[in-house]
Design a protein around this ligand. Sequence first.
Ligand code: URA
Length: 433
Amino acid sequence: MTEKFDAVDVIRTKRDGGRLSDGQIDWVLAAYTRGVVAEEQMSALAMAILLNGMDRAEIARWTAAMIASGERLDFSGLSRPTADKHSTGGVGDKITLPLAPLVAVFGVAVPQLSGRGLGHTGGTLDKLESIPGWRAALTNDEMMAQLQDVGAVICQAGSGLAPADRKLYALRDVTGTVEAIPLIASSIMSKKIAEGTGSLVLDVKVGSGAFMKDATRARELARTMVELGTDAGVLTVALLTDMSTPLGLTAGNALEVREAVEVLAGGGPPDVVELTVALALEMLAAAGRPDLDPAAALADGRAMDVWRRMIAAQGGDPDATLPVARESEQVLAQADGVLDSLDALAVGVAAWRLGAGRARKEDPVQAGAGVELHAKPGDLVRAGQPVLTLHTDTPERFARAREALEGAIGISPAASLPEPSLRALVLDRIAAS
Ligand code: URA
């Protein structure tokens, strides 16, 4: 087959700061998926994109070409509007668990195609797999039936969605090109657009435990994704939210499910409730259902009813006892004062080293492993009081987890307590202009 373009010309165009034509973009992604553009050529192009960027039209075309590499789901046969949420990933981020059933209470279907964790941020599927019997893999027909019947599904994304992204993401991971905003935005949005949701709310995390450590880059990523969604006809809104400290009081699979169930029972940590309700309000508004009261549906048990049906529909037992790790150890406060920082990245790495996460995608995870927090920034602590409990089945992991936590717990004299308003969880909202 004669190729329409030459990979080296495409690389040179971007290397020299030019813009890629629609034809070049369509060809290079299709040819890469077919194996005609070599890995080393795509890695050079990814690096040129990281260094020289892409404009809005280029990113939109790149995203469309990634979508075209695979199948598209179609929810238009459902009798309900659809809304989805995507988080760029954080420590203790179990929000999807209470959020999906909560939004479904109001007749909006939530097709939540999720992934497993890699590195210090946990994966939603790993969390749910700590529930005995629950299964992540559904066929497209099973997913549609559950959406129609229960209104919410959290399951594994099939391999048919945006296969070009899967190949490119693995390459970016080993070539130092993950951080390019056009590539992150197109990677996330190609999967969400191919999934076929009618509206999308993005939770873009900012801070040490997030992908984006500073607010300027997080805002740019959020704006780029909102533009991509809007250009593809998906009503898209982004919230920028704090990830300098873990969300809630747990990081680790079964520990986080337990906390999500507390939220569904009308309790749970205030920050988890606040973010769940804030995202639910956005999803309901985006699906054309503003002026509803999701907080009431958490308090009165309607969201819990949907959760139980959602878990049971995928073989899980919502009443089963969750796994608990065999061993635990406490980390104690070293001084009296105010806890002024509890670093999200350190807690995420500690949970990962305890066995909650994996280093390679084929590694198993421990359901009970992780970190429990007994204090949050702003709380008064006394020397010797437990600040964290570490959980694992394999006690030889404690030492490495403690190493990750060195310097992670900041305690100041009580006089330097910052204003509570400086600890805002939702930092900004970005909608289509
Ligand atoms: N998540 C994705 O799906 N893709 C990226 O590029 C980064 C995070």
